[in-house]
Design a protein around this ligand. Structure first.
Ligand code: ADP
Ligand code: MG
Length: 281
């Protein structure tokens, strides 16, 4: 490592810039659901706190692991501002110091099951978020076509979702979300319904596109190798009540998913994380 030269005069203390503020600051978020009929209460999230710093031009990839019912979707939907998980019963999520008040185009969501409009073409589906943002027709069609190309679906612009395979549909969902250039991307088990090979392809595609958009990604998965491959940090959650137990820092992928996930070093990390996750079940 090279040693940096010290400046002769210390730089003036700069006023806090937007880049200095955390992208997401989740402060003591608790979510209690109350069953109207029985009156019973259930704590889906308890006192969840973490900070995602703004790393300019890079972003951060957070993967979330934990047993079923530990509040992974509740946490994602709280950041997305989606009811009934939002608003939290206690605590607050700040984005760049502003409390999240509901859904917004700066936070894009990708769900497990394909959620596009069946009677819209692929081009119309990918352009949909841009239309909501008020982007003029020609411009949004150009941007949508560019993203369709980036997710390697050129030629499918005029097709309908039913004409595509599950993997291709998730590529459309990815293109639609990324086309709007959200600062935060929330993905709830996006590749959960795909076979292993298609999943690896999607992981590679996601890493490729993510380096281009430099967003903060939160991705929920049940697949420990997927969490280890994609994550800069893995959040390990526990259930009853849902809470954040541990954050593990990981290296960035250096190879394609299929190659990297076969290496001994990778398996070692997966085993280590598996032991932690199994321990909390
Ligand atoms: N709308 C709701 N009303 C009542 N309980 C809910 C609601 N949504 C989720 N829950 C409960 O909160 C807990 C966490 O749910 P969820 O966030 O979906 O878990 P995960 O995604 O980790 O499987 C679960 O026990 C679930 O039953
Ligand atoms: Mg869930």
């Amino acid at each position: 490592m090279s040693e940096e030269k010290k400046p002769e005069t210390p730089p003036q203390a700069a006023a806090p810039q937007a880049a200095d503020l955390p992208v997401i600051d989740c402060r003591n978020v608790t979510k209690i659901f109350k069953d109207e009929r029985s009156g019973r209460e259930f704590t889906a999230l308890q006192d969840v706190s973490f900070v995602i710093e703004d790393i300019p031009n890079t972003g951060e990839f957070i993967t979330i692991l934990g047993p079923s019912g530990c509040g992974k979707s509740t946490l994602l939907n709280t950041i997305a501002g989606l009811e009934p998980h939002f608003p939290p019963t206690r605590g607050v999520v700040l984005m760049k110091d502003q409390p999240i008040a509901g859904p917004g185009p700066e936070r894009g969501m990708v769900f497990q099951t394909y959620s596009s409009f069946p009677c819209y073409t692929i081009l119309e589906n990918v352009a949909f978020g841009l239309k909501l943002k008020g982007v003029p027709e020609k411009e949004r069609e150009d941007i949508a076509a560019e993203w369709i190309k980036k997710v390697k679906l050129s030629g499918c612009e005029k097709k309908y979702p039913r004409e595509l395979s599950g993997g291709m549909r998730q590529r459309v969902a990815l293109a639609r979300t990324l086309a709007v250039k959200p600062r935060v991307i929330l993905m709830d088990e996006p590749f959960g319904a795909l076979d292993r090979i298609t999943r690896w392809d999607m992981q590679d595609l996601l890493i490729e596109l993510w380096s281009e958009v430099a967003a903060t990604v939160f991705l929920v998965t049940h697949d420990i190798p997927e969490a280890v491959f994609l994550g800069d940090r893995v959040f390990i959650m526990g259930a009853n009540p849902g809470r954040l137990l541990e954050i593990v820092k990981l290296p960035r992928p250096t190879e394609k998913a299929a190659e990297m996930q076969r290496t001994a070093k990778f398996s070692e990390i997966v085993n280590e994380i598996s032991r932690k996750v199994e321990h909390i079940r």
